[in-house]
Design a protein around this ligand. Structure first.
Ligand SMILES: *Cc1c(COP(=O)(O)O)cnc(C)c1O
Length: 365
């Protein structure tokens, strides 16, 4: 660290030069994040100094967090759901498994997750000392419920299903998992980090939420399809008692106990997340999702027309194709099975897809 400070101009000249090294979003097809909606940016700036870790000092910001959770609870058919704003899907998944473990404190617990689940479950299980049992997928890359049932035993504390898998964009059969959970009194966590703000806005949404009695908790990330600023995740839990299993005493704060993982928590992205939901409403989000789904179809079919077959027919806006190479200049990613993956986020407009397909035609010819 330098001894004498620099003038602000010099600091910002340095910062702007580094920012210019970042990639422009218009070439990024590999990310589940997208530039924030302008209303999210405006709300974020307004709440820059707020700390939800000490909500008694920021009652207005805390009311915004409650309203965000209530809006999502309403979307997921349980307006009175408990929950809070986390830093993203990873934290929400860790917290869900912490609840499951506290709900049933036994020796050598295990959880059953699909082979398609996000790597955050490796972190969560490692931290919590929980055995991770991986259930196979069916031919369409959704969790195989019979395979999951075979892995459940008397030390199973939780099941996990994914709504919008990170790699292939599939939605697991949550109704069947919910029944399995009820049968064995298991905590069922639905990882809808990506799909939680896609599936409800599809023309014929697959059931995955609290309308199914077996669903215990849902993770959803406004910083993905919710177009919020980063970091904005949410964990919703069927009832407050479950969340309060995580309570610890907080001696010197304005509240006596807290169940969150982080202590200091930013209010700014929470305000950003709510601003987008309020500004767009279900109608606006339906339009955004319809556009992303249309672009996903066009991407998959456009590549098929060039002789690159699809790897899956996704439930959400993740296009995967059977190739291990991509046209130069584009940031795509590759799945563990070696398929090319393009996430058609809102910044991946119809024009971007057409430009990609023009380049793809030259490249794959
Ligand atoms: C993105 C994602 C996560 C992780 O979320 P972070 O916000 O990156 O921590 C977990 N699960 C799924 C299904 C995801 O898409």
């Amino acid at each position: 660290m330098r001894e004498c400070g620099l003038p602000e101009d010099e600091v910002f000249a340095f910062l702007e030069a580094r920012k210019a090294e970042d990639l422009a979003h218009c070439s990024i097809l590999s990310s589940m994040c997208t530039p924030p909606h302008p209303v999210a940016v405006r709300a974020h700036c307004l709440f820059m100094e707020t700390n939800l870790g000490d909500p008694g000092l920021f009652p207005g910001t805390a009311a915004i967090e409650r309203r965000l959770i209530a809006s999502l609870g309403d979307l997921y058919h349980l307006p009175e759901a408990a929950g809070y704003a986390s830093s993203g899907g990873t934290e929400s998944n860790i917290q869900a498994l912490r609840i499951a473990k506290a709900r049933r404190p036994i020796d050598r617990p295990n959880v059953v997750i699909p082979a398609s689940s996000h790597f955050s479950f490796d972190k969560a299980c490692g931290m919590l000392g929980v055995e991770m049992r991986t259930a196979p997928l069916d031919d369409e890359l959704r969790m195989d419920v019979d395979g999951a049932r075979d892995l459940v035993d008397d030390r199973t504390i939780a099941l996990v299903g994914v709504v919008g898998t990170t790699e292939y964009g599939m939605v697991d059969p949550i109704p069947a998992l919910a029944e399995l959970a009820l049968e064995h009194d298991l905590f069922l966590h639905v990882d809808a980090a990506f799909g939680g703000l896609v599936v409800p806005f599809l023309p014929d949404p697959a059931p995955f939420d609290f309308a199914l009695p077996g669903v215990s908790s849902i993770a959803v990330d406004p910083h993905k399809m919710g177009m919020s600023t980063i970091p904005a995740g949410c964990l919703l839990v069927r009832n407050r008692e479950l969340l309060e299993l995580l309570n610890v005493d907080t001696p010197y704060l304005t509240v006596k106990q807290e169940y969150t993982l982080a202590g200091t928590r930013p209010g700014a992205p929470v305000a950003g997340a709510l601003a987008v939901l309020e500004h767009l409403g279900r109608e606006g989000l339906r339009a955004v999702v319809a556009g992303c789904m249309e672009n996903t179809r066009r991407m998959i079919e456009g590549l098929e027309a060039l002789g690159v077959p699809r790897a899956a027919t996704p439930d959400v806006n993740v296009a995967t194709s059977r190739t291990t190479t991509a046209p130069p200049g584009w940031r795509v990613s590759f799945t563990r099975r070696g398929d090319m993956r393009c996430v058609c986020m809102p910044h991946v407009t119809a024009d971007v897809v057409e430009q990609f397909l023009v380049d793809a035609e030259r490249f794959y010819a």
